[in-house]
Design a binder for this molecule. Structure first.
Ligand SMILES: NC(=O)C1=CN([C@@H]2O[C@H](COP(=O)(O)OP(=O)(O)OC[C@H]3O[C@@H](n4cnc5c(N)ncnc54)[C@H](OP(=O)(O)O)[C@@H]3O)[C@@H](O)[C@H]2O)C=CC1
Ligand SMILES: N[C@@H](CC(=O)OP(=O)(O)O)C(=O)O
Length: 342
């Protein structure tokens, strides 16, 4: 016996990856529904490479009663309108938007890091999935924190345009083409030219001069990993289609060598250490696409602070940053609470 699962926002970048991953991991399904806006009603989408096509339903007429789990990936406004309805109908919501992440009654889960926190999900019948940049960061930080207690993290992100949805990918593609052939290339979706450029601005500006993306990394890391960790982030959009990268500097309470950190990361759940200290002995976003792992490379001591390390971290933002993590949460929910599948 399996689960009846709904994917909301199934026509988007994250929703499609959810379908791929549910199929790849053979998630125990009794039934699956795919839901999006009225614009997509009636169109068909592939259930991974299973050969099965599923017809898209209109969220406005979808009844969540009788469904076990809904994976939401349609943005905060859709979650605000429909997640409480789904949850009240008895369908557990796993929400990819930022709406519920800091709600004290909603667990914010990265299964490799804080699986036990999922037990609080019954308060609202909603579980939140973190921001893509936070998810990969905490997977890399957790095993190091357990060994040497992290005091402070300084992170600069290099975030791909797929983090901004289909429109972001289209703009990078169109602009690159236009610049190449000498056509006009006015930015429409991003604030400045993204092709052959980088933009130090993701999400809205806050009063203190930081952006909301940067704030999310701070507060989500505290909620998932440890409230005592101090973190400062600079989030940057780069002309990469898929795969977020992060340059991370970490200050620990206790002494830890680069060699020991490498040994710990080599064994850590969700992490793949690729760190050869030679040409090509590190991972780039293009190589992380379609993979599950959070790749860590370039682990080295930082002699400018006491007990400091620097490292490079890369992951597929549509997978570990969104769809994979959401499916892992569904698997965890099944194992720990629903226990329907054999
Ligand atoms: N991309 C990433 O790295 C991450 C994304 N997320 C979250 O996932 C969400 C989706 O991201 P992404 O897939 O990249 O975005 P896309 O723009 O690629 O897709 C958006 C999806 O939402 C659907 N949608 C939009 N408006 C409505 C509506 N009114 N009612 C029902 N469905 C609607 C769209 O359906 P239609 O095709 O019919 O318009 C589409 O399926 C984000 O907004 C964010 O909250 C979270 C973490 C990381
Ligand atoms: N903000 C991320 C993706 C995303 O949707 O994040 P959030 O769910 O926190 O709004 C990016 O642009 O790369």
């Amino acid at each position: 016996m399996g689960y009846r699962v709904v994917v909301v926002g199934a026509t988007g970048n994250v929703g499609r990856e959810m379908l791929n991953i549910l199929h790849e991991r053979q998630f125990p399904l009794d039934d699956i529904a795919v839901v999006a806006s009225p614009r997509s009603t009636g169109s068909v989408i592939d259930f991974g490479d299973s050969g099965r096509e599923i017809r898209v339903k209109n969220i406005e007429h979808f009844d969540f009663a009788g469904w076990d789990i809904a994976l939401f990936a349609a943005g905060s406004a859709v979650s605000k309108d429909y997640a409480p309805k789904a949850a009240a109908a008895g369908c557990t919501v796993i929400d990819n938007s930022s709406l519920y992440r800091m709600d004290p009654d909603v667990p914010l889960i990265v299964p490799e890091v804080n699986a036990e926190a999922i037990d609080g999900y019954r308060r609202k019948n909603i579980i939140a999935n973190p921001n893509c940049s936070t998810a990969q960061l905490v997977v890399a930080l957790k095993p190091l924190h357990e060994r040497a207690r992290i005091k402070r993290v300084v992170v600069a992100t290099y975030q791909s345009v797929s983090g901004a949805g289909k429109s972001g990918m289209d703009e990078l593609f169109e602009q690159s083409r236009n610049i190449f052939v000498g056509d006009a290339n006015e930015p429409v979706f991003f604030t400045k030219q993204i092709a052959f450029n980088v933009i130090p601005h993701i999400d809205v500006f806050l009063d203190d001069g930081s952006t909301k993306e940067e704030w999310k990394m701070v507060v989500e890391t505290k909620k998932i990993l440890d409230p005592s960790i101090k973190l400062t982030a600079t989030c940057v959009r780069v002309p990469v289609f898929v795969g977020h990268s992060e340059a991370v500097n970490i200050e620990f309470e206790d002494e830890i060598s680069a060699e020991e950190a490498q040994a710990i990361l080599r064994e850590a759940p969700g992490v793949m250490l690729v760190d050869k200290r030679e040409d090509g002995g590190y991972v780039t976003p293009v190589e992380a696409v379609g993979e599950y792992a959070t790749y860590v490379s370039r682990v080295r001591e930082d002699p400018t602070v006491e007990n400091g390390l620097s490292l490079w971290c890369v992951s597929d933002n549509l997978r570990k940053g969104a769809a994979l993590n959401a499916v892992q949460i569904a698997e965890l929910l099944g194992r720990r609470h629903l226990q329907k599948a054999a």
